[in-house]
Design a protein around this ligand. Structure first.
Ligand code: ADP
Length: 198
């Protein structure tokens, strides 16, 4: 099983990803953790990434894509993987698709964790990571809205999208993920949400 987990900062991707990965024996790859490990180890990649992490900007697509495709090529990922924090832009999603098509192992699902913005801000403010200050949090939520949210239509159009309300207890959210119905690919309708996928 090959799955991507989507959701804004503070949606609980890491927590839920750990659980899903354990249950289905998937490799859990958290892009933010990999980037922070590179920063901590002082690698060239980490040196590039640091300023982006600190400001809440996306690390450039080429950098993140190279890091993730290298990791996905390692043998353990053949048993299936769960990506947490990647892709985060349509360019990243296209690069991932191209790679997976080449190795003949396409994605099975994209799970979107949905949380109201007030709840996100409260959760992030309580977490205490270096990039969890008020200004950076606001910026990361804006980056999510502009760069990452379009992925919902991208995967929705491929019939891969499952959306889950990620509020309530951790167990409740895990249960919803396991039983989430597939989103029916949307047709352009009379302006209900401004999405035009024609
Ligand atoms: P959160 O989900 O709370 O934003 P992450 O650990 O997933 O936490 O991400 C932290 C930071 O790492 C992001 O603000 C961004 O700078 C960088 N990052 C993580 N994933 C990506 C990605 N796929 N593309 C670009 N930058 C990324």
């Amino acid at each position: 099983m090959r799955v991507v987990l989507l959701g804004p900062p503070g949606a609980g991707k890491g927590t839920q990803a750990d659980r899903i990965a354990a249950r289905f024996q998937l490799v859990h790859l958290a892009t933010g953790d990999l980037l922070r490990a590179n920063v901590a180890a002082g690698t060239p990649l980490g040196e590039v990434a640091q300023a982006y992490l600190d400001s809440g900007e996306l690390v450039p697509d080429e950098v993140v894509v190279a890091m993730m495709l290298e990791r996905l090529g390692q043998p353990d990922c053949a048993r299936g993987f769960l990506l947490d924090g990647f892709p985060r832009s349509v360019a990243q999603a296209r690069a991932l698709d191209a790679y997976l098509a080449e190795v003949g192992a396409p994605l099975d699902a994209a799970i979107s964790l949905e949380v109201a913005e007030e709840a996100l801000v409260a959760r992030l403010a309580g977490r205490g990571r270096a990039d969890d200050n008020a200004r950076t949090i606001r910026h990361r939520l804006g980056v999510f809205a502009s760069s990452t949210r379009p992925l919902l239509d991208y995967y929705g159009g491929q019939g891969l999208l499952f959306s889950v309300v990620a509020e309530g207890t951790i167990d409740e959210v895990s249960e919803r993920i396991l039983h989430a119905p597939r989103e029916v690919p949307r047709r352009a309708t009379s302006g209900s949400d401004g999405v035009d996928d024609s």
